[in-house]
Design a protein around this ligand. Structure first.
Ligand SMILES: Cc1cc2nc3c(=O)[nH]c(=O)nc-3n(C[C@H](O)[C@H](O)[C@H](O)COP(=O)(O)O)c2cc1C
Length: 183
């Protein structure tokens, strides 16, 4: 074990890592989608998810206002959408309209589900905690949804130029794909 920079040690973890999309909405406004790498399950009974959202994100405003969100797990059919929602802000564009994202009605609120996702979870925000330059929003899952296509694979954030993975999308420092042979 050798001591190194924080960034070097962090680069050694999360290969590959999961991705999520969180949908939030102001009262009148259109729903907005943010791409997240920082999310996790945090309780079994009741089921809960935590998401970590930067203070500067438009989604942060929406999540603080509307105490509900939808957490969608993107499929391999959503590589481009997942990238675009991670580099454009809802302050400037209506992502659902601009990127022609397919949505479905949920049951909890008027925040939609993502039709091409592997799974969607409708969450009610129970608590939030400031974590440096992010806020962790913790939501209790009220309704869960899965895609009818059981063979549909979850999209992963993958290391670049690694022959174990099939790359589906690359932009900037990000590469999305799947473990080879999975599709
Ligand atoms: C792969 C990937 C993972 C990301 N993970 C997070 C995250 O966990 N938390 C966060 O606040 N932003 C994350 N971002 C950045 C936001 O998705 C990005 O700033 C987005 O444009 C914010 O949209 P909004 O302003 O409409 O909320 C990630 C971006 C990418 C591409």
């Amino acid at each position: 074990m050798i001591e190194c920079q924080y960034s070097e040690a962090v680069a050694r973890m999360n290969r590959p890592s999961r991705l999520a999309l969180a949908l939030s909405k102001s009262q009148e406004g259109p729903a907005n989608i943010i791409t997240l790498g920082w999310f996790m399950r945090t309780s079994i009974k009741p089921p809960m998810f935590a998401i970590s959202v930067g203070l500067t994100r438009y989604s942060h405003e929406l999540l603080a206002e509307n105490r509900n969100f939808v957490l969608a797990i993107p499929s391999t059919n959503m590589a481009e959408i997942t990238m675009k929602c991670g580099i454009h802000s809802g302050r400037e564009i209506n992502k659902i309209k601009a990127f022609k994202i397919k949505i479905r009605k949920g049951k909890l609120t008027d925040i939609p589900l993502l039709a091409d996702a592997v799974a969607n979870f409708e969450c009610k925000t129970i608590t939030q905690v400031r974590s440096g330059d992010h806020t962790i929003f913790v939501g209790e899952v009220k309704y869960s949804w899965q895609n009818q296509d059981e063979g549909l694979e979850q999209l992963l954030s993958i290391p670049m130029n690694d022959s174990r993975f099939e790359e589906l999308m690359r932009k900037g420092g990000y590469s999305f794909g799947i473990i080879k042979g999975k599709k």
